[in-house]
Ligand binder design. Sequence first.
Ligand code: COA
Ligand code: ZN
Length: 314
Amino acid sequence: MKLPERVNIVDVGPRDGFQTEQAFIPTALKIRVIDAISRSGVKKIETTSFVSPKAVPQMADAREVLRGIERHPGVSYTVLVPNRKGAELALEESIDAIRMVVCASETFNRRNVRMSIEESVSECEAVVRLAAPSKIPVEVAIGVSFGCPFEGPTPQDRVSELARTFADMGFHEISIADTVGMANPLQVSSLMGRLVKELATECELSLHIHNTRGLGFANVLAGLAEGIDTYDASIGGLGGCPVTPAATGNIPTEDLVNMCAEMGLETGIDIDAVMAASRIVEEFLGRRLPSHVLLSGTNQQAVAAHRVSASLNE
Ligand code: COA
Ligand code: ZN
């Protein structure tokens, strides 16, 4: 199997992960966590979102978070927006990219952003126009690209048509998102294989995978095999979706770093530093996060622990 040699991991925990937490996470703690992720070698962090504070109260401190974090050289601090108003607010701050979101199912899009897909697409056009003078890269996530809890499996043609529209608009990156974890590896392989053929020479393609039904890492492998080298993940496997409360977290960053390391794929990320960031969140929330590596340690740590216990028994 031919896989990319290097994998780019984007930590979306501070946005996707925090947005569904019921208790307000104090701004200072959000900043501490983002600073901890910045020290891990992760090169891109989805820091917050500029959304209606009524829709997502947890993100009401977007501006304060961006103003409070330490900027590490070589790390991109990006934000998510649902409309042009979000982009206007984001562009007043120091940011390295803006990501718009449009869902590939009419029902899901309406529930998420109270607009039709067509209205969201026209917001995308406005966002590209607004960001152009600053040359800040614009990205777009196509949500529920594989399946939607309200409409079932997402037609591949619809995702392909949307992606074509966004590439023509000038988006630098298109993130194919399995927002509520309904994708399977064959579907990932088929859709990503098609999009690579249709668009890879025009823009970056990346995957945003949730592990809701345990298929997250099988889906990553399917994506890698199609040459996709950029993946969203979140510290500890935080995450969910405001539209469907039963949806659970993104693939955990440390589990993805571990998988890549075990397969000899370079990420440039210090797994212990990622786990240190996850533990700050665990401590605050008072519950364990779903990452397997966070619970069990890496292979190397397991071997080292066994050596220690064997030497104690000698
Ligand atoms: N950032 C901050 N405030 C915003 C905003 C943005 N991007 N867009 C709208 N608002 C404010 C408006 O100014 C208005 O404020 P007011 O009540 O004080 O006048 C209020 O929000 C409602 O604005 P409106 O344009 O009528 O929006 P809406 O109520 O139809 O909601 C969205 C539409 C898109 C703003 C809202 O659904 C939303 O923020 N969704 C994001 C959901 C999300 O983050 N999902 C997870 C990511 S996939
Ligand atoms: Zn998500």
